[in-house]
Design a protein around this ligand. Structure first.
Ligand SMILES: *[C@@H]1O[C@H](CO)[C@@H](O)[C@H](O)[C@H]1NC(C)=O
Ligand SMILES: *[C@@H]1O[C@H](CO)[C@@H](O)[C@H](O)[C@H]1NC(C)=O
Ligand SMILES: *[C@@H]1O[C@H](CO)[C@@H](O)[C@H](O)[C@H]1NC(C)=O
Ligand SMILES: *[C@@H]1O[C@H](CO)[C@@H](O)[C@H](O)[C@H]1NC(C)=O
Length: 225
């Protein structure tokens, strides 16, 4: 009898905690922005080498997202982005799609782009996708950069694409987004500096659902006992 009471108490507790915790987990999952995490990783790497901190520019971030959005059909078997958008696309397509005010368009002083069959956590994306050769390493450590923007997007079941843009523009007055910094809402992908939740969607979606389901079955089993 005592045992049975313990069990139902346990069940109530479990239920209580899953009701409390699961929404919190879902919340943190949806609101995470891996593009911001990559900016933080890059800035940490730079400041550890006594290089100046880069300003997180949502205008640059959104254009980085546009770049990978355009290239997302072109990841080779060796994880190379085989895509060369015309230079004019920046001012004629990417900036207008983001709502970057054209008179504030600065100079893009660095571009790193990479792809991978599957989604990688920000620190792995940094070391395995973005900074994997001399050229990207020298862009990472270039003293003349002042601003950064990161975009990423994935297609269902991969591949996933990451892009980093650097600029030497005057902080906060280049790549300014219209509508008081809001710019134009993006339907897919994530970009740094954005205050709308990342709609990457792909990130751990399936494993999370499995976790949720297992918890649910667990609760049902306890109830049956
Ligand atoms: C910065 O990143 C590069 C590329 O991953 C790595 O080789 C280097 O050790 C890092 N530097 C610091 C100080 O973390
Ligand atoms: C992507 O690859 C296809 C096929 O190789 C090519 O025709 C197309 O121009 C590429 N896209 C871009 C934007 O470079
Ligand atoms: C840093 O970037 C600037 C602008 O693109 C370029 O002119 C310069 O050569 C780069 N410096 C190094 C050390 O790569
Ligand atoms: C740029 O804007 C951000 C956010 O408004 C602010 O925190 C930062 O100090 C500004 N930087 C400069 C150099 O004005």
């Amino acid at each position: 009898m005592k045992n049975k009471n313990n069990l139902s108490c346990c069940c109530v507790l479990l239920h209580f905690f899953s009701c409390l915790l699961l929404p919190a987990l879902v919340f943190s999952h949806v609101h995470g922005n891996p593009a911001n995490d990559i900016v933080d990783i890059i800035n940490k790497n730079r400041t550890d080498q006594k290089l100046p901190l880069l300003n997180d520019s949502p205008g640059l971030g959104c254009m980085a997202l546009q770049y990978v959005e355009l290239c997302k059909g072109n990841c080779t078997d060796n994880n190379v982005v085989n895509c060369k958008p015309p230079e004019d696309d920046f001012t004629e397509v990417f900036a207008p799609n983001c709502g970057v005010e054209l008179p504030t368009f600065g100079t893009i002083t660095g571009l790193i782009v990479g792809c991978q069959r599957k989604y990688l956590e920000p620190s792995l994306a940094f070391s395995q996708v973005l900074i994997k050769d001399k050229k990207s390493l020298s862009s990472l450590t270039n003293k003349s950069h002042t601003e950064i923007g990161v975009g990423l997007v994935g297609v269902h079941k991969g591949p996933f694409f990451w892009c980093v843009l650097f600029s030497n523009g005057k902080v906060n007055s280049t790549f300014v987004l219209e509508n008081r910094g809001e710019g134009i809402k993006q339907k897919k992908g994530c970009y740094s500096g954005s205050n709308t939740p990342c709609s990457g969607g792909q990130k751990n979606g399936v494993p999370f659902f499995v976790f949720f389901f297992i918890c649910y079955v667990f609760i049902l089993l306890f109830k049956l006992l």
